[in-house]
Design a protein. Structure first.
Length: 190
């Protein structure tokens, strides 16, 4: 979602179909790695629009519904889970703008958590390491080859591993908030 109107329409449609919104998993991203010098600015703009603004637009649209659900839910709580990356904690050569967007998701999540925690909206951030997804297919070929070498010998996480972490977060009792989960493959060094 790169447009505020898309986020608003999607949240409205979800609430219309389901009657309410108790849990939001805010997950979208592109990983367009490469050196900062001579980088295509279109790649930077795309990452900022998808990885950061997309998260912000969806969170903004969902927030009133989540706060209402927290007030009147039998769970006594609602959840927003924002997906970031280990790149939101560790900056690397060749990942500068990707890092910036993912650090932004972490900072936004923590700030929002502080604002709404007394209202029983739990805001969590999940920071996966290497996961077997299509993300590398978005990169320019020369960057992809170099990037993939770093994880050639690492057994990557599966989407189900991240889903298990999210399920754990949103199924805790109302008084337990899991604010941050960093999850990497066992063999991933950084």
């Amino acid at each position: 979602m790169t447009q505020q109107s898309e986020a608003e329409a999607t949240v409205a449609q979800t609430v219309k179909e389901l009657g309410r919104l108790d849990i939001l998993v805010n997950n979208a991203g592109v990983m367009l790695l490469g050196p900062i010098e001579n980088a295509p600015l279109e790649e930077w703009e795309r990452m900022v629009h998808v990885n950061l603004l997309g998260v912000l637009y969806v969170a903004h649209a969902a927030l009133p519904h989540l706060l209402k659900a927290a007030e009147d839910s039998s769970r006594r709580v609602a959840d927003m889970v924002n997906i970031s990356s280990v790149a939101g904690r560790v900056a690397r050569n060749g990942s500068g703008v990707y890092n910036a967007t993912k650090f932004g998701v972490v900072a936004f999540s923590e700030s929002l958590r502080q604002e709404v925690t007394k209202r029983h909206l739990r805001v969590s951030v999940v920071e996966p390491g290497a996961v077997a997804t299509e993300l590398s297919s978005h990169m320019r070929e020369e960057v992809r080859q170099q990037s993939m070498q770093r994880f050639a010998e690492v057994e990557r996480l599966k989407a189900e591993d991240i889903a298990d972490a999210i399920n754990y977060i949103v199924t805790r009792p109302w008084y337990v908030a899991i604010n941050e989960v960093l999850i990497r493959p066992t063999e991933q060094e950084g």
